[in-house]
Design a protein around this ligand. Structure first.
Ligand SMILES: Cc1cc2nc3c(=O)[nH]c(=O)nc-3n(C[C@H](O)[C@H](O)[C@H](O)COP(=O)(O)OP(=O)(O)OC[C@H]3O[C@@H](n4cnc5c(N)ncnc54)[C@H](O)[C@@H]3O)c2cc1C
Ligand code: SF4
Length: 535
């Protein structure tokens, strides 16, 4: 028999978990469909070399939680797991400046500046956001570099969703939800947050919103991918039929259908765009706005860093602390965070190379020239082993706006189906202010400035902050959803995830996605007592 719900939520990341929790609280029957696996602290890999447990690529039998998706313009990093990106993210929870509400597609659609502070406050409380209590060597080094370059006053400890409690490793019964939540342990500062917290200290969604949603009856279907969605009645007036299949199986995919009166799409910017574009193309949801896939942003992000290799740096350890422990502002629009991986998690070192400045071919020639002139430096910058211990990674974000467009296209190398591709102007990979900061810091502190080879060779920056693509608009000609996250042209269909973000935040987006989801859920009334079914 086809299982039926009041609400089906597609994706269990920030948007999905908030929606599931609030809808379950309002008395609805809720199903959460998540294509990633469910993780326990003891299942996480000890380092990124354990690709089978780290990378999500089910077609290759890699059933981890971290995904890298290369496109022509950008390499997008994202998380696939029960708990979405929270399982692999760097915990940093920053509120963007008020100015973002007067920019982009959402301007004028709500009284954002007055409404949002209350939702940010709820999101912070639910996610247990607090100031970082553990400064590692990477953080003190960033502060010293900032002082050296005259911006020391801008140094700050990040606000993070981590439990520090009474000290490293000390377990406490639920410290956040008056006994309704799980027991937790104090952070030990191992730097492994992005490889999965094995110490029960990271406030991932399966320990707050999703945990509470399940306690209130929501049913989480892990390793289950939504592949089709059919409106029932006039444009979804009677709900939707969803076709799902097992995401981790090669053959026995056990395809079946589920129905729901309402559907919340929360599959992340990439996942929701991909699903909606395929549904529009197949004629399932033909009335979806033509703005779908426009206004995709990346926070104008770039990843550079300083590596401290060799015997003289043997005592240094940049891997200690929490994943993103501190930050600085080097000018009015450029912000740098100190990032690290846990000791031994060196795989990303395979992509590191010497940092050189310049644009396009000139940059590639400068990089080749520099590598030939300084072969030892080149080898040390690119040698993967020891990367996490030796490297202070700079996550650079700018408030300067730049957008991309995504669409489906048949590619010569995969003619069987249309794939998601990027179009439009390239997002600048070369952020001169940040590059110069890294080069000066490397010189002053006896290190080697590095960047990613994809940035130099293919002008392809890496971003973990892909947002937009289903942005808000007053009408379907201006956006895919309205300011209450309802999809234009359909009934009972919502988009509540990073794809709804309508401006460049200039800071890590998860807190804003959570706060927007909290706001979206306030527009949905509680289920009437008379409609509730007693189990
Ligand atoms: C390494 C890394 C570090 C990061 N660090 C930070 C940070 O410090 N601070 C910050 O704010 N942000 C950070 N981010 C970004 C953050 O993780 C994302 O912005 C956030 O998770 C997006 O939330 P979301 O609700 O849009 O979707 P997600 O959290 O991405 O969740 C979407 C979920 O939907 C599932 N899904 C997709 N398609 C389907 C389908 N068809 N069927 C079923 N399920 C589906 C996916 O598996 C995924 O679990 C980081 C990201 C990465 C990868
Ligand atoms: S630093 Fe280690 S213990 Fe602390 S939250 Fe991150 S992974 Fe968990």
């Amino acid at each position: 028999m086809e299982e039926s719900f009041d609400y089906l939520v597609v994706g269990s990341g920030f948007g999905g978990s908030v929606s599931a929790c609030r809808l379950a609280e309002k008395g609805y029957s809720v199903g959460v469909i998540e294509m990633g696996r469910r993780w326990n602290p003891s299942d996480f890999p000890k380092s990124t070399w354990n690709l089978r447990r780290w990378i999500w690529r089910p077609g290759m039998k890699l059933h981890g939680f971290y995904n890298m998706r290369p496109f022509r313009h950008v390499m997008i990093l994202c998380g696939n797991a029960v708990g979405g990106g929270s399982i692999t993210y760097g915990n940093t929870m920053l509120v963007p400046p008020d100015s973002v509400w007067g920019e982009g597609s959402w301007q004028g659609l709500g009284d954002w500046v007055h409404e949002m502070p209350a939702h940010y406050a709820t999101a912070r409380r639910m996610l247990g956001v607090t100031q970082n209590e553990i400064l590692g060597e990477a953080d003190t080094m960033l502060e010293a570099m900032a002082k050296d370059q005259g911006v020391g006053a801008s140094f700050y400890r990040t606000d993070v969703a981590v439990y520090f409690g009474d000290g490293p490793g000390i377990e406490k019964p639920d410290p956040f939800f008056g006994g309704d939540g799980p027991a937790r342990s104090g952070c030990i500062g191992c730097g492994g947050c992005m490889v999965g917290c094995r110490f029960n200290a990271k406030n991932t969604l399966d320990k707050n919103y999703l945990y509470l949603a399940e306690k209130r009856g929501a049913q989480v279907m892990a390793e289950t991918r939504v592949v089709d969605l059919e409106p029932l009645g006039e444009r979804g007036s009677d709900g939707y039929r969803l076709t799902v299949e097992r995401s981790t199986a090669w053959f026995a995919k056990r395809r079946h259908t589920l129905t729901a009166r309402h559907v919340v799409l929360a599959a992340s910017a990439l996942g929701t765009m991909d699903l909606l574009m395929k549904l529009k193309q197949r004629g399932r949801l033909p009335a979806i706005s033509d703005r779908l896939g426009y206004d995709v942003r990346t926070n104008s992000e770039s990843i550079v860093g300083v590596r401290f290799p060799g015997r003289r740096n043997k005592a240094r350890d940049m891997s200690k602390g929490i994943a993103i422990g501190s930050g600085i502002h080097i000018d009015h629009c450029t912000h740098i965070e100190a990032v690290r991986y846990s000791r031994g998690s060196d795989v990303l070192g395979l992509m590191a190379t010497l940092l050189v400045t310049g644009e396009g071919w000139k940059r590639i020639f400068a990089w080749m020239w520099s590598s030939l002139r300084h072969p030892i430096k080149f080898a040390r910058a690119s040698w993967p082993f020891g990367f996490a211990r030796q490297t202070l990674i700079f996550l650079v974000m700018q408030t300067i706006d730049a957008t991309l467009r995504f669409r489906l296209k048949r590619r010569w190398y995969w003619p069987f189906t249309r794939l998601l591709v990027t179009e439009g102007d390239r997002i600048p990979t070369n952020i001169p202010a940040a590059n110069e900061f890294a080069l000066r810091a490397a010189k002053a502190f006896d290190g080697i400035a590095i960047t990613s080879s994809s940035e130099i060779l293919f002008k392809m920056p890496m971003t973990a902050h892909c947002i937009g693509g289903c942005v808000m608009g007053a009408t379907a000609s201006e956006g895919v959803i309205d300011h209450q996250h309802r999809v234009h042209g359909y009934q009972n269909l919502y988009v509540v995830d990073g794809s709804a973000v309508g401006a460049n935040l200039g800071v890590n987006p998860s807190l804003t996605i959570t706060a927007l989801a909290e706001r979206a859920m306030t527009f949905i009334p509680a289920k009437l007592q008379s409609q509730r079914t007693t189990p």
